[in-house]
Design a protein around this ligand. Structure first.
Ligand SMILES: [Zn+2]
Length: 186
């Protein structure tokens, strides 16, 4: 197991469309182990493989509250099969866009088809935080970021800030250590 570096915008790999998993082998288990270790260390409540530079459709998640026991969940090849017309607004953050939070409106209720680590297919009926988090993470597998849903003006400001920081070679993660963990969706 190893903690991997999390890609930060404007890293172009975050815009890749990830490939589906076809072989549920030891390499996949090793990837998921690394993702959980990286996610818990961040800390975040969700992580997509592309955020550690692996363009494969793998999502790790743990929505357990701070003092509750860990509740790790893995969603492989996840895709939305249904979404409600009713929407909800949640203040989102992202491990790849540290220190930035914005309200995002998404369908309040979704159904998601996915495979587990053994390749067995499941469907989950999700609302609340799980619905938001699944949509945020499935977006990552398609190269979509939550800032794509905010106004162009706000998005341009965020991108400019991170492009500047990247140019200066600044460690944006260091500044991130003190921010509120509740919003770090992943
Ligand atoms: Zn994210």
């Amino acid at each position: 197991m190893a903690i991997r570096d999390i890609l930060i915008i404007p890293d172009k790999r975050l815009r890749l469309v990830s490939e589906p998993i076809k072989t549920f082998d030891k390499a996949l288990h090793a990837l998921v182990d690394d993702m959980f270790e990286t996610m818990y260390a961040a800390p975040g409540i969700g992580l997509d493989a592309i955020q550690i530079g692996v363009p494969q459709r793998v999502i790790t998640m743990d929505l357990a509250k701070k003092d509750d026991p860990k509740a790790p969940q893995v969603f492989i090849n996840a895709e939305l099969t249904w979404k409600s017309s009713e929407s909800s607004v949640y203040e989102e953050g992202c491990l790849s866009i540290p220190e930035y939070y914005e309200e995002v409106e998404r369908p309040a209720h979704v159904k998601v088809k996915y495979a587990d680590l053994d390749g067995k297919e499941h469907e989950v009926d999700a609302d609340d935080l799980l619905a938001t988090c699944l949509q945020h993470e499935i977006d990552h597998t398609n190269g979509v970021l939550f800032i794509d849903y905010i106004s162009k003006l706000k998005r341009d400001m965020v991108l400019k800030r991170f492009k500047k920081a990247a140019k200066r070679g600044e460690n944006t993660r260091a500044a991130y250590e003190n921010s509120t963990p509740e919003h770090r969706i992943g």
